[in-house]
Design a protein around this ligand. Structure first.
Ligand SMILES: [Zn+2]
Length: 201
């Protein structure tokens, strides 16, 4: 049976992580994050899009065009797996049809599900104006924020260790601004995809 996947966002950027994986029998998503950068490369300003519908955001290319995810039309997706509770991996889940099932680790589920904001991303993002606006908009609505950092993005040394341990037949860069550098860093074959391109195994 063939396993197919499509990186909807992330082949050339960090943020807005979303990968669709399917076989002939089932189809799931891994992550549904909010972008960190806009199409012009500037910081993603969620205020520009906060009042738009899912269909409008798909038309603008902010949300990926995925059948049966937003409004129950067409073939419903079988489930969404959230890898970890960072905004760039789950920040758009409010757009997903309520009938779609979510799967995550227990801690991620608790962080996403509670009313207070646990900020677990890199502290440097807090200095960016749009992140600050996002945090301010929540705290002005009565949210309290706790800053508990958990690592989400691996550095080159860590990626090298993982490749040494896993000995992959192929590496597909994702969630990186440096996809073009992978061939010079790793000895395993690298396949560089574009957003929306299908790869089958
Ligand atoms: Zn991330």
């Amino acid at each position: 049976m063939k396993l197919n996947f499509k990186i909807h966002r992330g082949t050339k950027e960090i943020g807005g992580s979303c990968v669709e994986v399917w076989t002939e029998n089932s189809r799931i998503l891994v992550d549904f994050g909010m972008p960190l950068v806009d199409s012009d490369g500037k910081d993603f300003d969620f205020n520009k899009y906060i009042n738009l519908t899912s269909d409008e955001l798909v038309a603008l290319g902010v949300l990926p065009d995925i059948e049966g995810l937003y409004n129950g039309k067409g073939n419903m997706i079988d489930g969404v797996i959230i890898s970890h509770a960072h905004q760039d991996h789950y920040g758009f889940i409010n757009h997903i049809d309520k009938k779609v099932r979510f799967y995550s680790g227990k801690a991620s589920h608790e962080i996403i599900g509670i009313n207070n904001l646990i900020y677990s991303m890199w502290e440097g993002y807090l200095q960016k104006p749009h992140t600050k606006q996002f945090i301010d908009s929540l705290t002005s609505r009565g949210f309290t924020m706790q800053n508990i950092h958990t690592s989400g993005h691996a550095d080159t040394q860590t990626l090298k260790l993982m490749v040494e341990a896993m000995k992959p037949q192929t590496i597909v860069p994702i969630h990186t601004f440096g996809a073009g550098l992978y061939k010079s860093i790793f000895s395993s074959p690298v396949i560089e995809l574009n957003d929306g391109e299908v790869m089958s195994l």
